[in-house]
Design a binder for this molecule. Structure first.
Ligand code: ADE
Ligand code: ZN
Length: 350
């Protein structure tokens, strides 16, 4: 096992920013900054129920997941053309590259757009082109994960999958998001079975606001490879054992959990306990434009609040690279870069 150096509290934020990492839980529509929402609204002639950027930003006072989703879907209504999806993803990827993200697995919600008459091709082609360009320009590896909206029916999810299949070479997997409570994973058992047959990777949001039972059914019924959020797992010791033994990654989003009041504040976040329990937890931004920070803000604010150390930082970055769906050769190369980054601490580079 790699011996992680001791790093002082003053030097830790620089290390957190510099370390290579994967972002595995980012909704691309949640990266739309208010300024871009207004610019796209103007470009596309869409009217918004907010007078200006300031008024929109001041509406970002959430009390729970649903209060956020209502505003998030309204923000996404400005996206109409392939170029809009390209511009949104390009802005996120530029920001992620600056945060030393070497791999981004990006969620998108096609039903939010196809329901407004936008074609599946405009959504997928715009996002995919941005991923390709980001690799060429900044060396960042990026891939797309199509999410089904769980507040809609499984029939709707099947129709969405059907529309997306001609573009299957442009996304690597499927996920499940939107309003959790009242929409358990088993509602989507058949469509996930079909996606697995098609060779797609599978993930699902579970245990964000919903109970541990939803994490169980995401694992046992949907047979997902990763759990998005999963922070409610600690309420069920048998589930914790299952997640630890199976090495199931959890894509945790600290600032999101704070803003949506899953935890009263960041010092109360259970990520240190998840690691302590031997779970493969990772740090991610979820919807960075809405929750006050990108991935490095999640790392630096969480570490400042909980007193976690360089050893935790190394574990979290290593988990993220290992839990990604990237080719094994890429993962090995990134793991090597991660070690080098920490070794530089011995030379007091930070
Ligand atoms: N869609 C965007 N962000 C989400 C979240 N945190 N939970 C569920 N669905 C989402
Ligand atoms: Zn999410």
């Amino acid at each position: 096992m790699f011996k992680v150096p001791t790093v002082s509290a003053e030097r830790l934020p620089a290390l957190l920013r510099a370390m290579p990492k994967a972002e595995l839980h980012i909704h691309i529509e949640g990266s739309l900054e208010p300024e871009m929402i207004f610019a796209l609204a103007q470009r596309n002639g869409v009217s918004l129920p907010y007078a200006d950027v300031q008024a929109l930003r001041s509406a970002y006072a959430f009390t729970d997941l649903q209060s956020f989703l209502d505003i998030y879907y309204a923000g996404a209504s400005v996206l109409l053309h392939e170029q809009d999806f390209y511009d949104m993803a390009r802005a996120y990827l530029a920001r992620a590259a600056m945060d030393n993200v070497v791999r981004a697995e990006i969620f998108f919600d096609p039903q939010t757009h196809t329901a407004r008459g936008v074609s599946m091709a405009a959504v997928v082609n715009g996002l995919h082109r941005a991923c390709e360009d980001a690799r060429a320009e900044w060396g960042i590896s990026a891939a797309l994960i199509l999410c089904f909206l769980r507040h809609l029916s499984e029939e709707d999810a099947f129709a969405t999958l059907e529309q997306a299949l001609p573009l299957q070479d442009k996304f690597i997997g499927v996920g499940l998001d939107s309003s959790e409570v009242g929409h358990p994973p088993e509602k989507f058992a058949r469509v996930f079975a079909r996606c697995r047959q098609l060779g797609l990777h599978t993930v699902a949001h579970a245990g964000e606001e919903g109970p541990p039972a939803y994490i169980w059914s995401a694992l046992d019924v949907l047979k997902v490879e990763r759990i998005d959020h999963g922070v409610q797992a600690l309420r069920d010791p048998v589930l914790v054992q299952r997640l630890a033994q199976g090495g199931v990654p959890l894509t945790v989003c600290p600032l999101s959990n704070q803003k949506l009041r899953v935890f009263p504040d960041l010092p109360a976040h259970n990520l240190p306990q998840l690691l302590e329990a031997g779970l493969c937890a990772t740090v991610n931004s979820d919807d960075p434009a809405y929750f006050g920070g990108y991935i490095n803000d999640n790392f630096t604010q969480l570490f400042a609040a909980t007193g976690m150390t360089a050893r935790h930082a190394y574990q979290l970055a290593s988990n993220s690279l290992q839990a990604s769906f990237a080719p094994e050769a890429d993962k090995r190369a990134w793991a090597h870069r991660l070690k080098e980054c920490f070794e530089r601490c011995y030379e007091h580079d930070y």
